[in-house]
Every structure is written in C-alpha cells, then in structure tokens.
Design a binder for this molecule. Structure first.
Ligand code: ATP
Length: 229
C-alpha cells in the first residue's frame, strides 16, 4: 500500500519540555485513520508537528517527500488541509468570503462545499462571527476542503457541539470518505462514531504510540486501558 503520510518515531518539544517521545503512524491514500488517546497524551501535538506548527526536525514524510521542518504554509500547499482545534475562521468575513479566501484549484469549490453542508449555503452572506458553533465547525471543514487537500486533518471536530450537530458533522465525514477519496487523519473522543468511519486507529499514551491496528480489532480491554472507556 502506498503511504501518503508517514511519521517515524517523531519527537516534539514545547521549549525545553518534551511532549512527543516517538510517535509513528501512517495514513494510506484514501484511508481514514483515527488518532486517539486520553487528554494530554499528545494528539494535538502530533497534529501540529505534521502541519508545521511546531518544529519537528525529522521523521515526517508526505507523498514520498520529507516535510518536517518546512514552514506550515508550504506543508499546506503540498496538500495537507488542517481543521484545527477551536475551528478558526475569519470572524468578520462572510461564509462565502471565508471559503473563497481559502480556495485553490481542484474539485472542491463553493458549490461542492455547499452541497456537503447545505447550512453554509443558506448562510453564505452571514459573517462567520454570527454562526453557531456547529456552523463554524462546518465552515472550518469547508475552508480546509477548499484548499483541495490530499490529506484532511481534523482535530476534535465534534467537541463541544450539540448531539444533532455532531451527527451532521459525522455524516459529512462519512460522505467525504465515500465520495471524495480524500485521506483523513481524525482526532476525536467518540469511539462509536470513529468506528463507523475509521479504517485504522492509533492510540497515544504519554507521547508515544502504544497501539496501532484495524479499528475493528480495537478490543474492549485496550480501549479501557488506554482510553478509559
Ligand atoms: P487533549 O485531548 O487535552 O487536547 P492531547 O492528546 O491533544 O490532549 P496535547 O495537547 O498534544 O495532548 O498535549 C501533550 C502534552 O504536551 C501535554 O503534557 C501538555 O501538557 C503538553 N503541552 C501542550 N501544549 C503545550 C504548550 N503550549 N506548552 C507546553 N506544554 C504543552
């Protein structure tokens, strides 16, 4: 299988404080991989390292090329679209302006994003600041898709949202998987929903990967031990 993204024993630091002590994971073309672990175990740090938001000197390759150490805008241009924790959008721009500002050539355009999230089409002239939390999350995903990424990285895309809105986001992720073929690395705490979309999973514990496997092979004992569920 050709790997689109490969991390080989990456380490990461916040100043003098080491947060990752050797994380390895792969995402193949068209695959959905869940990155799991309890709070503070290194999921967001791994995401930031992949996207160039934290210095990582080696061990990361994308589409066969080393990317560790590149600035984040160059990593984004290579085809990694990040939906960061906290769903950052331009508050004073409208939905449509937010989406168009992110646009790069490819299959994804305003119409296709509007198809995936009809609510964004309804609110196209509204400023992002006036959207609900769920709509802002949809906008953040839409923005990442407008860059036409080969890999979409979702960090806690459903956190803090009402159950009905979470369901809409999961449905969108499911249809992305079925219809677009984009590879996805997803951080989330909902095992049940992850189980419906993820092909494989990786569990982090204190900055190291401690379990990797097909999601369907994640047994109750492992989930209980490392995820506390
Ligand atoms: P959560 O589910 O709570 O978001 P996480 O698995 O994403 O957790 P990280 O945010 O990656 O965990 O944190 C990994 C470790 O790095 C933790 O020990 C955390 O305290 C530390 N850390 C995170 N951000 C910083 C920072 N800005 N400065 C120093 N240490 C940090």
């Amino acid at each position: 299988m050709t790997m689109l993204l490969s991390l080989e024993k990456i380490e990461a630091f916040y100043g003098p404080v080491q947060a990752l002590f050797g994380v390895s994971l792969d995402v193949a073309e068209g695959e959905v991989v869940a990155l799991m672990g309890r709070n503070g175990m290194g999921k967001t740090t791994t995401v930031k390292s992949i996207c160039g938001l934290l210095p990582a000197s080696r061990g990361i390759s994308f589409a066969g090329e080393p990317i560790a150490g590149l600035p984040s805008y160059r990593i984004a241009r290579k085809g990694i679209g990040l939906v960061p924790e906290g769903r950052r959008c331009f508050a004073s721009l409208t939905v449509e302006e937010n989406l168009k500002a992110a646009a790069r050539k490819g299959l994804w355009d305003f119409a296709r994003v509007a198809d995936l999230f009809p609510r964004l089409a309804e609110r196209r002239q509204q400023k992002a600041v006036s959207l609900s939390g769920g709509e802002q999350q949809m906008l953040a995903i839409g923005r990442a898709l407008m860059t036409n990424p080969r890999l979409l990285v979702l960090d806690e895309a459903t956190e803090g949202l009402a159950p009905v809105v979470r369901q809409e986001i999961w449905q969108a992720i499911d249809s992305l998987k079925r219809q677009s073929g984009v590879s996805i690395l997803i951080v989330d705490k909902s095992l049940k929903e992850l189980g419906q979309v993820a092909d494989r999973g990786v569990i982090l514990e204190r900055g190291e990967d401690v379990w990797t496997g097909r999601f369907s092979d994640l047994d109750a004992e492992t989930a209980d031990r490392f995820l506390g569920v």
